[in-house]
Design a protein around this ligand. Structure first.
Ligand code: 13P
Ligand code: SF4
Length: 332
């Protein structure tokens, strides 16, 4: 099957792209792997006319927005559950609620885990997209506008940034009106169901079992987990950090299972890399894509009967592109 996929990719001028949370079989045959920032940048800049994106919907959409001339197909139209927590209607309602509180100078930042319509709303307001890899830089740029920052949809990433920069935060619909008015960053109440699994108890368990252990987490984890971590970063940054450690350094990692499971092989017959959770932190939608799905979607594309192709209305794409282009410019 791998040979068939390779042959079809060649015939269709396709680039096979996979996020690190994909199944091993998919990651192993991909032309390009990375975190969401790297994949958006490299896939949109590649010379191939077709991108076959193994990931979740917002990732394929980001490539299409950045490179509208490319064809982008997804073996599975899997959706990130966090991205589903906000749409353009919820966005408008959130802005209206802030305005009803007397807040009018608003600078929106949307995490890349959001759909094209939400990115377009943000672009129309002069806002920016961010990812977990560049959130600090984007946040500093937003702060220079001296407006209230509306951060969406991930409340954890927003709260973690507020803590890092020592500024006041609130969660829309959860915090009181007074707290929202007083805050410098107002977070939308979205979250990642996978990264919510990691807890302070998990950290305490590992620290008491292995006093020398390092705790590594993704910034989608809750603030009380992030503040107790030795290293916090995007999926690429986590891989870089953990693989540069001594092979016998014990580490417990708070992110998706497929990535953690591939990080390091046992050393001297002993495992030194642990999942920071007693339950398996699997992202169900990231796990959907199989080799069969890749083969089928490519065959249909070759037969001029494509399905799961990303299409974005032109005016939505143009506005969303403004917010994504700004992010790319700021994260060079
Ligand atoms: P990265 O940008 O770190 O790859 O994260 C994407 C994501 O969805 C994490 O849950
Ligand atoms: Fe979305 Fe969470 Fe899955 Fe990442 S791990 S794709 S944020 S549901």
């Amino acid at each position: 099957m791998i040979d068939q996929i390779r042959a079809l990719l060649k015939e269709c001028d396709g680039l096979l792209v996979a996020h690190y949370y994909q199944r091993d079989e998919v990651v192993e045959i991909a032309d390009l792997t990375g975190d969401s920032l790297e994949l958006a940048r490299k896939a949109s800049q590649s010379e191939r006319s077709l991108v076959v994106f193994c990931g979740v919907g917002f990732m394929g959409q980001s490539v299409k927005i950045l490179a509208p001339h490319k064809r982008v197909i997804m073996p599975r139209l899997a959706c990130c559950s966090m991205a589903r927590m906000i749409d353009d209607t919820y966005f408008d309602e959130s802005i209206a609620l802030m305005q009803s509180y007397g807040i009018h100078d608003i600078f929106p930042i949307t995490y890349i885990n959001s759909n094209a319509q939400v990115k377009a709303k943000v672009g129309a307001m002069g806002g920016v997209v961010c990812t977990s890899a560049n959130a600090g830089k984007i946040f500093e740029y937003a702060q220079s506008h001296r407006k209230k920052i509306f951060f969406l949809p991930d409340r954890c990433l927003g709260l973690n940034l507020a803590k890092r920069y020592g500024i006041k935060s609130a969660i829309l619909g959860v915090s009181s009106k007074e707290e929202v008015i007083d805050a410098d960053i107002i977070c939308y109440n979205g979250f990642c169901s996978v990264h919510q699994l990691f807890s302070v108890e998990d950290i305490e368990f590992y620290r008491s079992k292995y006093p020398e252990i390092l705790i590594v987490t993704h910034p989608e984890c809750p603030p009380e987990v992030v503040e107790r971590s030795d290293f916090v970063g995007s999926t690429s940054q986590i891989i870089q950090y953990v693989t540069s450690l001594a092979p016998d350094q014990k580490v417990a990692v708070g992110t998706e299972y497929n990535l953690v499971n591939r990080l390091r092989k046992p050393y001297n017959g002993e495992n030194h890399t642990f999942v920071l959770s007693s339950t398996k932190p699997e992202c169900p939608t990231m796990n959907e894509t199989t080799l069969e799905d890749i083969l089928k979607v490519l065959q249909a594309y070759k037969d001029q009967n494509p399905y799961n192709e990303i299409q974005i209305p032109q005016e939505v794409g143009a506005l969303a592109k403004q917010a994504l282009d700004k992010m790319m410019e700021l994260s060079k």
